[in-house]
Design a protein around this ligand. Structure first.
Ligand code: ISQ
Length: 150
């Protein structure tokens, strides 16, 4: 699963734009996951007794921003470092996803949501090649997390 120099350039250039909108795009990404997999809301304790709608939950927005930025930063440094994430962050992510019983198909739901979010956030920068480049970077990240789980 090669991540080429061209793909890196597409990801780096688009991240420069997407990152300025991380909070809205991160929230959009999470809402897409919840609409595809409503049961996933149960994973987040702060959503259980919340009276506000999902899209107005400040804790969700903060968390979603962090996750979105983490995915973006993983992608932009993938080629330089040859890995999706540093070892200690990866151990933590592996442990969290293992604890919640995250399966390969869940990561695929998130992949679709991520690529749709990038399409909506990317505007004129978007192309099928850009989407594919983000997909490859995401697959590397997932493979690294899954290597901790299995
Ligand atoms: C797990 N990891 C990243 C994002 C997520 C969004 C919704 C549900 C679970 C998640």
């Amino acid at each position: 699963m090669e991540f080429t120099e061209e793909q890196e350039a597409l990801v780096v250039n688009s991240w420069d734009v997407l990152k300025n909108n991380s909070a809205d795009l991160g929230l959009k990404f999470f809402l897409k996951i919840f609409s595809a997999a409503p049961a996933a809301t149960a994973l987040f304790s702060y959503l259980k007794d919340s009276k506000v709608p999902l899209d107005q939950n400040p804790k969700l927005k903060t968390h979603a921003t962090i996750v979105f930025v983490m995915i973006g930063e993983s992608a932009i440094q993938l080629r330089k470092t040859g890995k999706a994430m540093d070892e200690s962050d990866l151990k933590h992510l592996g442990a969290v996803h293992f604890k919640f019983g995250v399966l390969h198909e869940h990561f695929q739901v998130a992949k679709k949501a991520l690529l749709e979010t990038i399409k909506e956030g990317g505007g004129e920068l978007w192309s099928p090649a850009l989407s594919n480049a983000w997909g490859v970077a995401y697959d590397h990240l997932v493979a690294s997390i899954e290597s901790q789980i299995k």
